[in-house]
Write a protein that binds this ligand. Structure first.
Ligand code: ACO
Length: 337
Protein backbone atom coordinates (compact mmCIF):
# COMPACT_ATOMS: atom_id res chain seq x y z
CA UNK A 1 0.00 0.00 0.00
CA UNK A 2 1.40 3.43 -0.82
CA UNK A 3 0.55 6.31 1.53
CA UNK A 4 -2.23 7.69 -0.71
CA UNK A 5 -4.17 4.41 -0.43
CA UNK A 6 -3.52 3.78 3.26
CA UNK A 7 -6.96 4.52 4.68
CA UNK A 8 -7.82 4.28 8.37
CA UNK A 9 -10.59 1.68 8.67
CA UNK A 10 -12.52 0.91 11.85
CA UNK A 11 -12.52 -2.89 12.02
CA UNK A 12 -14.15 -3.34 15.42
CA UNK A 13 -15.77 -1.51 18.32
CA UNK A 14 -16.36 -1.97 22.04
CA UNK A 15 -17.91 -0.13 24.95
CA UNK A 16 -18.50 -0.17 28.68
CA UNK A 17 -21.51 1.36 30.42
CA UNK A 18 -21.58 1.53 34.23
CA UNK A 19 -24.50 -0.29 35.87
CA UNK A 20 -25.65 2.37 38.31
CA UNK A 21 -28.58 4.40 36.88
CA UNK A 22 -29.24 8.02 37.87
CA UNK A 23 -32.79 8.82 36.77
CA UNK A 24 -34.45 12.18 36.23
CA UNK A 25 -36.55 11.47 39.31
CA UNK A 26 -33.36 10.89 41.33
CA UNK A 27 -32.09 14.28 40.12
CA UNK A 28 -35.38 15.95 41.09
CA UNK A 29 -34.58 14.96 44.68
CA UNK A 30 -31.16 16.63 44.40
CA UNK A 31 -31.94 19.94 42.59
CA UNK A 32 -35.06 21.85 41.58
CA UNK A 33 -35.93 20.06 38.35
CA UNK A 34 -38.31 17.40 37.06
CA UNK A 35 -38.52 14.59 34.54
CA UNK A 36 -40.73 16.57 32.15
CA UNK A 37 -38.33 19.56 31.94
CA UNK A 38 -35.28 17.36 31.40
CA UNK A 39 -36.94 15.20 28.73
CA UNK A 40 -38.43 18.15 26.85
CA UNK A 41 -35.30 20.32 26.89
CA UNK A 42 -32.65 17.64 26.47
CA UNK A 43 -34.19 14.26 25.48
CA UNK A 44 -32.48 12.59 28.46
CA UNK A 45 -34.36 10.06 30.60
CA UNK A 46 -31.50 8.65 32.65
CA UNK A 47 -27.72 8.42 32.70
CA UNK A 48 -25.18 5.96 34.13
CA UNK A 49 -22.80 6.79 36.96
CA UNK A 50 -19.53 5.03 37.72
CA UNK A 51 -19.28 4.79 41.48
CA UNK A 52 -16.67 2.07 41.82
CA UNK A 53 -13.98 2.17 39.16
CA UNK A 54 -11.12 4.36 38.07
CA UNK A 55 -11.58 5.87 34.63
CA UNK A 56 -8.76 3.71 33.26
CA UNK A 57 -10.51 0.53 34.46
CA UNK A 58 -13.58 1.45 32.39
CA UNK A 59 -11.35 2.33 29.46
CA UNK A 60 -9.56 -1.02 29.61
CA UNK A 61 -12.86 -2.97 29.56
CA UNK A 62 -14.10 -1.07 26.49
CA UNK A 63 -10.70 -1.43 24.80
CA UNK A 64 -10.53 -5.20 25.47
CA UNK A 65 -14.00 -5.63 23.97
CA UNK A 66 -12.95 -3.80 20.81
CA UNK A 67 -9.72 -5.81 20.62
CA UNK A 68 -11.52 -9.14 21.09
CA UNK A 69 -13.91 -8.27 18.28
CA UNK A 70 -11.01 -7.28 16.00
CA UNK A 71 -9.36 -10.70 16.00
CA UNK A 72 -5.98 -8.96 16.44
CA UNK A 73 -3.52 -9.73 19.19
CA UNK A 74 -2.77 -6.86 21.61
CA UNK A 75 0.81 -7.20 20.33
CA UNK A 76 -0.37 -6.09 16.87
CA UNK A 77 -1.35 -2.64 18.17
CA UNK A 78 1.17 0.08 17.24
CA UNK A 79 -0.53 3.07 18.82
CA UNK A 80 -3.05 3.66 21.63
CA UNK A 81 -4.90 6.99 21.59
CA UNK A 82 -7.13 7.76 24.57
CA UNK A 83 -9.53 10.66 24.66
CA UNK A 84 -10.78 12.03 27.96
CA UNK A 85 -11.57 15.20 29.86
CA UNK A 86 -11.77 13.24 33.11
CA UNK A 87 -8.52 11.34 33.44
CA UNK A 88 -7.76 9.90 36.87
CA UNK A 89 -4.53 11.89 36.94
CA UNK A 90 -2.92 14.89 35.32
CA UNK A 91 -0.17 12.44 34.52
CA UNK A 92 0.29 9.64 33.47
CA UNK A 93 -1.94 9.64 30.42
CA UNK A 94 -5.03 7.41 30.38
CA UNK A 95 -3.62 5.79 27.23
CA UNK A 96 -0.60 4.48 29.17
CA UNK A 97 -2.89 2.60 31.57
CA UNK A 98 -4.84 1.22 28.60
CA UNK A 99 -1.65 0.12 26.85
CA UNK A 100 -0.61 -1.82 29.96
CA UNK A 101 -4.14 -3.05 30.74
CA UNK A 102 -4.69 -4.67 27.35
CA UNK A 103 -1.08 -5.82 26.97
CA UNK A 104 -0.30 -3.74 23.87
CA UNK A 105 3.41 -4.09 24.57
CA UNK A 106 4.52 -2.88 21.13
CA UNK A 107 2.46 0.31 21.13
CA UNK A 108 3.24 3.89 22.00
CA UNK A 109 0.42 5.71 23.75
CA UNK A 110 -0.83 9.22 24.40
CA UNK A 111 -4.01 11.14 25.28
CA UNK A 112 -5.93 13.84 23.55
CA UNK A 113 -8.23 16.25 25.31
CA UNK A 114 -10.62 17.63 22.71
CA UNK A 115 -13.82 17.60 24.77
CA UNK A 116 -16.78 15.88 23.20
CA UNK A 117 -15.09 15.99 19.76
CA UNK A 118 -12.51 13.50 21.05
CA UNK A 119 -13.47 10.53 18.90
CA UNK A 120 -13.45 12.52 15.65
CA UNK A 121 -10.10 14.08 16.58
CA UNK A 122 -8.67 10.66 17.56
CA UNK A 123 -9.79 9.05 14.31
CA UNK A 124 -8.26 11.89 12.31
CA UNK A 125 -5.03 11.53 14.30
CA UNK A 126 -4.97 7.74 13.79
CA UNK A 127 -5.46 8.29 10.06
CA UNK A 128 -2.61 10.81 9.96
CA UNK A 129 -0.22 8.34 11.65
CA UNK A 130 -1.34 5.50 9.38
CA UNK A 131 -0.98 7.43 6.14
CA UNK A 132 2.31 9.08 7.19
CA UNK A 133 4.02 5.75 7.93
CA UNK A 134 7.12 5.40 5.81
CA UNK A 135 10.58 3.93 6.25
CA UNK A 136 12.52 5.86 8.86
CA UNK A 137 9.44 6.82 10.87
CA UNK A 138 7.46 4.76 13.35
CA UNK A 139 5.30 2.33 11.34
CA UNK A 140 1.65 2.54 12.38
CA UNK A 141 -0.75 -0.05 10.97
CA UNK A 142 -3.08 -0.76 13.87
CA UNK A 143 -4.44 1.83 16.30
CA UNK A 144 -6.56 1.31 19.40
CA UNK A 145 -8.76 4.32 20.18
CA UNK A 146 -10.57 4.55 23.50
CA UNK A 147 -12.74 7.42 24.72
CA UNK A 148 -13.56 7.11 28.40
CA UNK A 149 -15.28 9.62 30.64
CA UNK A 150 -16.29 9.83 34.28
CA UNK A 151 -18.08 13.17 34.01
CA UNK A 152 -19.80 12.55 37.35
CA UNK A 153 -16.46 13.37 38.99
CA UNK A 154 -16.39 16.94 37.65
CA UNK A 155 -20.15 17.58 37.62
CA UNK A 156 -21.50 20.06 40.16
CA UNK A 157 -24.63 18.31 41.48
CA UNK A 158 -25.95 21.58 42.92
CA UNK A 159 -26.09 23.20 39.43
CA UNK A 160 -29.36 22.15 37.77
CA UNK A 161 -28.43 23.76 34.46
CA UNK A 162 -25.59 21.27 33.88
CA UNK A 163 -25.91 18.28 36.23
CA UNK A 164 -28.93 16.87 34.40
CA UNK A 165 -26.91 16.49 31.20
CA UNK A 166 -23.93 14.30 31.98
CA UNK A 167 -23.26 10.59 32.40
CA UNK A 168 -20.31 8.17 32.43
CA UNK A 169 -19.20 5.58 29.88
CA UNK A 170 -16.45 4.38 27.56
CA UNK A 171 -16.30 3.53 23.85
CA UNK A 172 -13.44 2.08 21.81
CA UNK A 173 -12.48 1.17 18.26
CA UNK A 174 -9.65 -0.67 16.53
CA UNK A 175 -8.50 1.18 13.42
CA UNK A 176 -6.28 -0.47 10.78
CA UNK A 177 -4.55 0.52 7.56
CA UNK A 178 -6.68 -0.55 4.59
CA UNK A 179 -6.27 -0.08 0.87
CA UNK A 180 -10.01 0.12 0.06
CA UNK A 181 -12.36 1.20 2.82
CA UNK A 182 -12.10 3.58 5.73
CA UNK A 183 -11.94 7.28 6.43
CA UNK A 184 -12.87 9.23 3.29
CA UNK A 185 -12.58 12.71 4.74
CA UNK A 186 -12.49 14.65 7.96
CA UNK A 187 -12.96 18.26 8.98
CA UNK A 188 -11.77 19.26 12.43
CA UNK A 189 -11.73 22.77 13.86
CA UNK A 190 -11.31 24.70 17.09
CA UNK A 191 -12.66 28.06 18.22
CA UNK A 192 -10.58 28.84 21.28
CA UNK A 193 -12.33 32.18 21.73
CA UNK A 194 -15.18 30.14 23.23
CA UNK A 195 -12.89 28.34 25.68
CA UNK A 196 -14.66 29.76 28.70
CA UNK A 197 -18.05 28.35 27.61
CA UNK A 198 -17.31 24.99 29.24
CA UNK A 199 -14.62 24.71 31.88
CA UNK A 200 -13.58 22.29 34.58
CA UNK A 201 -10.72 24.09 36.34
CA UNK A 202 -7.70 22.41 37.82
CA UNK A 203 -8.60 20.94 41.18
CA UNK A 204 -6.54 23.37 43.15
CA UNK A 205 -4.31 26.40 42.84
CA UNK A 206 -1.78 27.84 45.24
CA UNK A 207 -1.72 30.98 47.35
CA UNK A 208 1.67 32.68 47.64
CA UNK A 209 2.44 33.72 51.20
CA UNK A 210 4.59 36.73 52.14
CA UNK A 211 7.19 34.49 53.78
CA UNK A 212 7.94 32.78 50.46
CA UNK A 213 5.91 29.65 51.20
CA UNK A 214 2.86 28.59 49.24
CA UNK A 215 -0.26 26.67 50.21
CA UNK A 216 -3.23 25.09 48.49
CA UNK A 217 -6.10 27.46 47.86
CA UNK A 218 -8.98 25.78 49.71
CA UNK A 219 -11.59 27.75 47.73
CA UNK A 220 -10.49 26.14 44.49
CA UNK A 221 -10.34 22.52 45.54
CA UNK A 222 -13.97 21.60 44.90
CA UNK A 223 -14.70 23.75 41.84
CA UNK A 224 -16.39 21.61 39.19
CA UNK A 225 -17.65 21.90 35.64
CA UNK A 226 -19.16 25.21 34.60
CA UNK A 227 -21.03 25.66 31.37
CA UNK A 228 -22.80 28.45 29.56
CA UNK A 229 -25.47 26.18 28.09
CA UNK A 230 -27.04 28.74 25.78
CA UNK A 231 -23.68 29.75 24.33
CA UNK A 232 -22.78 26.10 23.67
CA UNK A 233 -26.20 25.46 22.17
CA UNK A 234 -25.86 28.41 19.77
CA UNK A 235 -22.35 27.30 18.81
CA UNK A 236 -23.41 23.69 18.24
CA UNK A 237 -26.35 24.36 15.94
CA UNK A 238 -24.01 26.27 13.60
CA UNK A 239 -20.86 24.17 14.01
CA UNK A 240 -22.44 20.77 13.29
CA UNK A 241 -23.93 21.62 9.88
CA UNK A 242 -20.67 23.39 8.93
CA UNK A 243 -18.52 20.38 9.87
CA UNK A 244 -20.80 17.82 8.24
CA UNK A 245 -21.23 19.84 5.02
CA UNK A 246 -17.47 20.40 4.70
CA UNK A 247 -16.67 16.74 5.38
CA UNK A 248 -19.29 15.60 2.83
CA UNK A 249 -17.90 18.00 0.25
CA UNK A 250 -14.32 16.81 0.85
CA UNK A 251 -15.41 13.16 0.45
CA UNK A 252 -17.54 13.95 -2.61
CA UNK A 253 -20.46 12.21 -0.90
CA UNK A 254 -24.04 13.53 -0.66
CA UNK A 255 -26.14 13.44 2.51
CA UNK A 256 -28.55 11.08 0.71
CA UNK A 257 -25.78 8.51 0.29
CA UNK A 258 -25.23 8.27 4.05
CA UNK A 259 -26.70 5.32 5.89
CA UNK A 260 -26.26 6.91 9.32
CA UNK A 261 -25.17 10.24 10.77
CA UNK A 262 -23.77 9.38 14.19
CA UNK A 263 -23.89 12.56 16.20
CA UNK A 264 -22.53 13.51 19.59
CA UNK A 265 -25.36 12.88 22.05
CA UNK A 266 -25.52 16.23 23.86
CA UNK A 267 -29.12 17.36 23.50
CA UNK A 268 -31.92 15.96 21.34
CA UNK A 269 -32.85 19.49 20.25
CA UNK A 270 -29.31 20.07 18.94
CA UNK A 271 -29.46 16.77 17.03
CA UNK A 272 -32.90 17.58 15.58
CA UNK A 273 -31.80 21.08 14.57
CA UNK A 274 -28.73 19.76 12.72
CA UNK A 275 -30.75 17.07 10.98
CA UNK A 276 -33.27 19.66 9.83
CA UNK A 277 -30.63 22.16 8.64
CA UNK A 278 -28.88 19.47 6.61
CA UNK A 279 -32.12 18.03 5.24
CA UNK A 280 -31.25 14.55 6.55
CA UNK A 281 -33.97 11.96 7.19
CA UNK A 282 -34.23 11.86 11.05
CA UNK A 283 -34.32 8.04 10.82
CA UNK A 284 -30.69 8.23 9.72
CA UNK A 285 -29.61 9.91 12.97
CA UNK A 286 -29.76 7.19 15.66
CA UNK A 287 -29.97 8.36 19.29
CA UNK A 288 -29.29 6.80 22.66
CA UNK A 289 -29.22 10.03 24.68
CA UNK A 290 -32.44 8.98 26.42
CA UNK A 291 -30.49 6.20 28.21
CA UNK A 292 -27.02 7.64 28.73
CA UNK A 293 -27.14 11.45 28.57
CA UNK A 294 -24.02 13.24 27.38
CA UNK A 295 -20.92 11.07 27.91
CA UNK A 296 -18.60 13.58 26.17
CA UNK A 297 -16.06 11.94 23.86
CA UNK A 298 -17.43 8.46 24.65
CA UNK A 299 -20.84 9.19 23.16
CA UNK A 300 -20.00 8.64 19.46
CA UNK A 301 -18.05 5.36 19.91
CA UNK A 302 -20.69 4.00 22.32
CA UNK A 303 -23.42 4.65 19.73
CA UNK A 304 -21.21 3.25 16.96
CA UNK A 305 -20.68 0.10 19.04
CA UNK A 306 -24.43 -0.29 19.60
CA UNK A 307 -25.11 -0.08 15.86
CA UNK A 308 -22.22 -2.38 15.03
CA UNK A 309 -23.19 -5.07 17.56
CA UNK A 310 -26.80 -4.90 16.39
CA UNK A 311 -25.52 -5.84 12.90
CA UNK A 312 -26.67 -2.56 11.38
CA UNK A 313 -23.35 -1.68 9.70
CA UNK A 314 -22.39 -3.44 6.48
CA UNK A 315 -19.10 -3.27 4.62
CA UNK A 316 -19.21 -0.35 2.18
CA UNK A 317 -21.92 1.62 4.10
CA UNK A 318 -21.21 5.33 4.16
CA UNK A 319 -21.47 6.93 7.59
CA UNK A 320 -20.88 10.37 9.03
CA UNK A 321 -19.68 10.95 12.56
CA UNK A 322 -19.74 14.31 14.28
CA UNK A 323 -18.64 15.88 17.56
CA UNK A 324 -18.53 19.25 19.30
CA UNK A 325 -17.63 20.34 22.79
CA UNK A 326 -15.34 22.09 25.19
CA UNK A 327 -12.52 24.02 23.60
CA UNK A 328 -14.59 24.88 21.72
CA UNK A 329 -13.82 22.00 19.39
CA UNK A 330 -15.84 20.50 16.58
CA UNK A 331 -15.50 18.19 13.66
CA UNK A 332 -16.99 15.56 11.39
CA UNK A 333 -15.75 12.63 9.34
CA UNK A 334 -17.13 10.55 6.49
CA UNK A 335 -16.40 6.84 6.72
CA UNK A 336 -16.83 3.97 4.31
CA UNK A 337 -17.41 1.02 6.67
N1 ACO B 1 -34.74 21.99 35.51
C1 ACO B 1 -35.67 22.96 35.49
N2 ACO B 1 -35.45 24.19 35.02
C2 ACO B 1 -34.21 24.47 34.56
C3 ACO B 1 -33.19 23.52 34.54
C4 ACO B 1 -33.48 22.24 35.06
N3 ACO B 1 -32.58 21.25 35.08
N4 ACO B 1 -32.08 24.07 34.01
C5 ACO B 1 -32.37 25.33 33.68
N5 ACO B 1 -33.69 25.58 34.02
C6 ACO B 1 -34.44 26.81 33.85
C7 ACO B 1 -33.54 28.02 33.75
O1 ACO B 1 -33.20 28.49 35.02
C8 ACO B 1 -34.41 28.97 32.98
O2 ACO B 1 -35.32 29.56 33.88
P1 ACO B 1 -35.69 31.14 33.75
O3 ACO B 1 -36.36 31.25 32.39
O4 ACO B 1 -36.60 31.34 34.89
O5 ACO B 1 -34.40 31.85 33.82
C9 ACO B 1 -35.20 28.07 32.04
O6 ACO B 1 -35.12 26.75 32.62
C10 ACO B 1 -34.67 28.03 30.62
O7 ACO B 1 -33.26 27.95 30.68
P2 ACO B 1 -32.35 27.87 29.39
O8 ACO B 1 -30.91 27.91 29.77
O9 ACO B 1 -32.87 28.85 28.37
O10 ACO B 1 -32.72 26.41 28.88
P3 ACO B 1 -32.36 25.78 27.52
O11 ACO B 1 -33.59 25.44 26.80
O12 ACO B 1 -31.28 26.55 26.79
O13 ACO B 1 -31.70 24.40 27.97
C11 ACO B 1 -29.53 23.37 28.24
C12 ACO B 1 -30.52 24.40 28.77
C13 ACO B 1 -30.20 22.01 28.28
C14 ACO B 1 -28.30 23.37 29.13
C15 ACO B 1 -29.17 23.72 26.78
O14 ACO B 1 -28.77 25.07 26.71
C16 ACO B 1 -28.08 22.86 26.23
O15 ACO B 1 -28.25 21.67 26.00
N6 ACO B 1 -26.92 23.46 25.89
C17 ACO B 1 -25.82 22.72 25.31
C18 ACO B 1 -25.03 22.01 26.35
C19 ACO B 1 -24.06 21.06 25.69
O16 ACO B 1 -24.37 20.49 24.65
N7 ACO B 1 -22.90 20.82 26.23
C20 ACO B 1 -22.01 19.90 25.52
C21 ACO B 1 -20.68 20.12 25.77
S1 ACO B 1 -20.26 19.55 27.35
C22 ACO B 1 -18.67 18.93 27.27
O17 ACO B 1 -17.98 19.19 26.38
C23 ACO B 1 -18.22 18.05 28.43
Amino acid sequence: MNSSTRRARIISTGSYIPERVLSNDDLSRMVETDDEWIRERTGIGERRINTSMKNHEMAVIAAKRALEASGLSPLDIDLVIASTVTNDNYTPALACHVQAGVGAKNAFAFDINAGCSGFVYALDTASAFISASRPGTRQVNNVLIVCSEVLSRITDYTDRTSCVLFGDGAGAAVVCADSEHGLLSSYIKTDGTGADSITAPALTSVIANDDGTIENNPDKITEGLKMNGRKVFTFAVKAIPEALSEALKAADVTADELKYVIMHQANIRIINSAVERLGIDPEKAPVNIERYGNTSSASVPILLDELNRAGKLQRGDKLAIEGFGSGLTYGAAIIEW
